[in-house]
Design a protein around this ligand. Sequence first.
Ligand SMILES: *Cc1c(COP(=O)(O)O)cnc(C)c1O
Length: 497
Amino acid sequence: MNYVSTRDKKLSISAAKAIATGIAPDGGLYCPTEIPQLTAEDIAALCKKNYRGRSADILGRFLTDFTAEELEQFAARAYADEKFGGSDTAPLVKLEDGTYILELWHGPTCAFKDMALQMLPHLLTASLKKTGEQRTACILVATSGDTGKAALDGFADVEGTKIMVYYPVDGVSTIQKLQMVTQRGNNVQVCAIRGNFDDAQSAVKKIFTDKDSIRKLDEQGMTLSSANSINWGRLAPQIAYYVSAYCDMLNRGDIQMGDAINVCVPTGNFGNILAAYFAKQMGVPIAKLICASNENNVLTDFFRSGGTYDRNRPFHTTISPSMDILISSNLERLLFLVSGYNDAMVADLMKQLNETGKYSVPADVFETIGSQFEGGFCDDVQTKQTIAQLFDEKKYLADTHTAVAVKVYEDYRERTGDTTPTVIASTASPFKFCQSVISALGGTVSGDGTELLDQLHDMTGAPIPAPLAALSGLKPRFDLVIDRENILNTVDLLGQI
Ligand SMILES: *Cc1c(COP(=O)(O)O)cnc(C)c1O
């Protein structure tokens, strides 16, 4: 199976090459040229496997230049019991009202990013070997909190790689910052940037396009690489957990083979929900894909307006910061797929987005999207109310991002009367966002740092995830803070680690 750029189908390469390079030279995203199909027999066979087996199987159908042995070995290491607090890698919790919560945050950094970023280092290092790359891959990450820590943990002490994470000095939660500055490993570096996430992101982009920096790195045997969700190696591992959730529902006898389910996903960059779309296209009977946003509701407007994407609007800082985003990069892949791989159309729409911040999808293309996707959003007040209600009435403690999805799903069910069994993706542990969750539950936040973990635990009785509890014993290793104008100076640090 080959991969092509969403902006130029003539650029066709192997999966390994797509993962090693991350983004296409024309700025497009790599997409598989076909979608492998799962029959009912295939799904029945997957039901008998554990998460690792399911993951290796699904990945193997997309990454045809990797062997089954390779992928099984990678899955065994990425999703080892000791990393995910047991053998249930992605538990499916059923609430009293029949809704399913797919908990994707039992990995080492307590956010769903682990599901992909524990796997990516294995895929990337193997891809570099397969493509003959000799240089050390330097992974640069701009983060609003979760990706940075998950990437640090995934790549720590991985041979042939170095990783540098940039986070906005005032843009991450107390716990997220602690997680990053205490990261272990001899190939890691963490740097705070004065400004917000957009400032950090554009500063990092500057390194990727700075010829001087790239040449300097090359002279020292290094090449730049990225770990964000435009890399196919991050998206592919995410498809497996939607297939896995369907298997779990079958195994419980809650549904029969072929029965439809809905999926609702709290969305930022459109990566997670796109993985669910791939699962649907493979043959998992997913009826509706419900895309949940916070007040940065550019995607809700896209779905409800019949396909007009308009990022010209104020940026809101919310209590679900990982969804504070106005350019959802992975939507580009959806447009490519639903238009029948119309690269010229995608290139044109992305040019319009770049120049005017806006585009409208042709009506016939949007029809295919509109029949499968629903959009909805809620604000911070509603998010907090939902956290309180879930806890008081259903005894479920949700983080701020998951709560957005629950609220949007409840609104959808009320609006449509659709009672199809629904899986809601839960993307982070509530303990990563203690301040907001404590105040949503009516508590007064006292102290900062790891005392917050104890406070939330005392209020709810919920167990503190072990990797977060361990933070209180760790010393910060990184205290570098820079102005974004000086970002290019940090390239020299890569040579020193
Ligand atoms: C990254 C993130 C999201 C958004 O996921 P996308 O794949 O970017 O849509 C939602 N919730 C949490 C907690 C995240 O870390």
